[in-house]
Design a binder for this molecule. Structure first.
Ligand SMILES: *Cc1c(COP(=O)(O)O)cnc(C)c1O
Length: 463
């Protein structure tokens, strides 16, 4: 994931980022199936609908900005992952991508497990009825309170991330009279980027225990000695928004290598490996993600082949898709407020949200697309930058896109593929009120996370 600095100022139209369409699409009214949730369609009168409900009606009823989530699409994607991996593997949805109680219930019903990485996520999961033994607890600095709660409530596994944590979790488990199932998260020296990966000896990041220099082997040695821990496997997560499976191949090779070393040294064959998440989705028409069944087939084959080579029993595999399940299922609906053409540059379109509801463009230089959804237009395309209403010139939602030249204040525009890491990373910058998440299905819409109110803001301000 690239983390370039905020753009210092407006960029010239002739330096569009590489790979981004520098020419407008043939038909601005067309909705590319790749980036829109599965039930999104344009009705005969030109208004876009999701789950059978027109966005104009949704805007009237729930206001803008709003995240509109296609429940049918969410369930289908969750089920596709579950089915693709079959009964001999586990699919953990990464809750940090987007978590709410409704989502937890859908996951539970569709047979998925759940990753959490904070006490807040754990509470949400448990309060919506996710069985604790189907929850995995992650994080590089879990608090003592969080660890205690996790063990007390019986989470299925804690993923250990440091030498201190091995001791800390063992100690807490023992003091509670329990033996906690754990995995050890290792870093295998694979830097995965969207379309390539780099295999290195070392990895310069905060998560996990390095395989390099025998540190992961030492962590296993210590974990196996502690009564409070039941070591069930090794965990590796190599990155995010990945399209190329070869990074997973290197990771699986190195994880299985460690399993073999463990067998040779301790006479123990660990029963599980977790290959993490990170599978990419289409944010623009230029992205070509893989289907869950292709991913499952590739990962299963890689692990089986590596284990055969190492003469190990094939361990149970788990995966942790977040973005790949929820990302494509939602779009953000905005109302256009002002339109500012800058001669020879581009037109700035300001919407009623911005970096408070989608920080990814500012944070990662992420690319998005955008469409006029409250009507069709036959006007010529104009090059736009969609920006928010915040006091920051880097407050950009869509860096480069085309919208029809007759765009006017009051029009509704939508940014697709905002289901992951948008509401979950939303902020109150400028005391913005975080938008609601509205689930739409079979002609019915219901709020699953309500819009924040000024009262909510004032309630926290107790000075
Ligand atoms: C973030 C994360 C995931 C999910 O990543 P996606 O890119 O959303 O699939 C899975 N596992 C771990 C450990 C993570 O930190």
């Amino acid at each position: 994931m690239s983390r370039s600095a905020h753009p210092a100022g407006p960029r010239h139209a002739d330096v569009l980022p590489e790979g981004h369409p520098s020419a407008p699409p043939a038909d601005l009214n067309h909705l590319d199936r790749k980036v829109w949730a599965s039930t999104v369609t344009r009705t005969p009168d030109g208004v876009v609908s999701v789950g059978g409900v027109e966005v104009t009606r949704l805007a009237e009823e729930f206001g803008t900005p709003a995240y509109l989530l296609d429940e049918t699409d969410f369930r289908e994607r969750a089920r596709a992952w579950r089915t693709a991996f079959g009964p001999d593997a586990d699919v953990f949805y990464a809750g940090k991508a987007f978590l709410s109680r409704a989502v937890v219930r859908w996951l539970h019903e569709e047979g998925l497990n759940l990753d959490v990485c904070s006490g807040g996520e754990l509470t949400t999961a448990l309060s919506a009825g996710m069985p604790a033994d189907r929850i995995a607890f992650h994080g590089n600095n879990k608090s003592v309170d969080e660890i205690e709660t996790a063990i007390r409530t019986g989470v299925g596994r804690i993923v250990l991330d440091s030498f201190q944590e091995i001791v800390r979790v063992a100690h807490i488990a023992q003091s509670l009279g329990k033996r906690q199932r754990v995995q050890i998260r290792i870093t295998v020296g694979v830097e995965a980027h969207t379309h390539e990966f780099i295999a290195t000896a070392h990895e310069d990041q905060k998560f996990g225990i390095p395989l390099a220099g025998g540190q992961a082997a030492e962590a296993v040695r210590r974990a196996l000695q502690l009564d409070g821990l039941e070591l069930i496997g090794i965990h590796s997560h190599i990155g995010s928004q990945i399209f190329d499976m070869s990074g997973f191949e290197v990771a699986a090779h190195r994880v299985v290598g460690l399993l073999k070393d463990i067998r040779d040294e301790h006479g123990v064959e660990l029963p599980e490996i977790d290959l993490g998440g990170g599978l990419g989705i289409a944010y623009t028409s230029a992205d070509d993600p893989r289907e869950p069944h292709e991913i499952a087939k590739a990962l299963t084959e890689i692990v089986s082949r590596e284990c055969e080579g190492a003469k190990l029993r094939t361990p149970r595999i788990s995966v942790e898709p977040g973005r790949a399940i929820v990302g494509p299922t939602a779009f953000t609906l905005y109302e256009v407020g002002t339109i500012k053409p800058l001669d020879g540059l581009r037109t700035y379109v300001s919407v009623d949200g911005g970096m408070s509801d989608n920080i990814r463009t500012a944070l990662y230089d992420a690319e998005y697309s955008v469409a006029l959804v409250s009507r069709t237009s036959e006007a010529a395309p104009m090059l736009v930058r969609v920006v928010g209403k915040h006091c920051e010139s880097g407050d950009i939602v869509v860096k480069d896109a085309f919208l029809p030249a007759d765009l006017a204040p009051g029009d509704l525009i939508a940014v697709p593929a905002t289901g992951a890491y948008c509401r979950s990373m939303a902020s109150n910058y400028n005391h913005a009120l975080r938008p609601p998440v509205v689930a739409v299905r079979d002609g019915e819409a219901r709020v699953i996370v309500r819009r924040e109110t000024e009262e909510d803001l004032l309630r926290l301000d107790v000075g």
